[in-house]
Design a protein around this ligand. Structure first.
Ligand code: FE2
Length: 191
């Protein structure tokens, strides 16, 4: 795939989904830093950079009333929202490296098996997805969203630490905490 269609895809995604402005690039940067800390090969870091940017691309298919809802989603809205990993996978699997498409498909799987869409457990979840999940969760907490103001960095770091081994892969959290102690976490400028 050339750079041109990929860039267009990213531009369209950022235009359609207001909450994603800036977010996807911070997730990508943090994901690559986490992957580097874990010693992943260069090829995987390239896939991680792209998966970080495109992890929520499937949300393009969702209604803006759901994406911009300033409160909790009801059950049917949540079911629709939870289709976005599979929608993103369908959009990318024939266009990008298989590892990128898989990272998108599994980026809401949790280490304890309580995630979606498949409930995969532990190392059964691709490492790139386990990394994107941590980067995405941190940035979702520390950036302004339709449903919540930005939360303090210290709070977000504490949440990631608390959920190591349940929501998050402990080995990814360990690298995350090392980045936090040296002030290397990317955050929204206004936060
Ligand atoms: Fe997502």
């Amino acid at each position: 795939m050339t750079d041109l269609p990929r860039d267009i895809l990213i531009d369209v995604m950022e235009d359609v989904i207001e909450d994603l402005h800036g977010h996807v690039h911070r997730v990508s940067d943090l994901a690559v830093d986490l992957g580097t800390g874990l010693g992943l090969p260069e090829e995987d870091l390239d896939c991680l950079a792209l998966a970080g940017v495109l992890h929520d691309v499937g949300k393009i298919h969702l209604d803006s009333t759901i994406l911009g809802k300033p409160g909790p989603l009801d059950e049917s809205e949540r079911e629709l929202m939870q289709r976005h990993p599979e929608l993103g996978f369908a959009m990318t699997r024939n266009r990008l490296d298989a590892k990128v498409a898989e990272a998108i498909l599994y980026h809401h799987e949790r280490f304890d098996g309580q995630g979606y869409p498949f409930g995969l457990i532990g190392e059964g979840i691709p490492i790139l997805s386990r990394i994107v999940l941590v980067a995405d969760a941190f940035d979702a907490m520390t950036s302004t969203r339709a449903y919540q103001p930005a939360l303090p960095i210290e709070f977000a770091v504490g949440e990631i630490r608390t959920h190591a081994g349940t929501q998050f892969d402990p080995s990814v959290v360990q690298i995350f905490l090392e980045l936090a102690t040296v002030d290397r976490l990317p955050v929204e400028l206004s936060a």
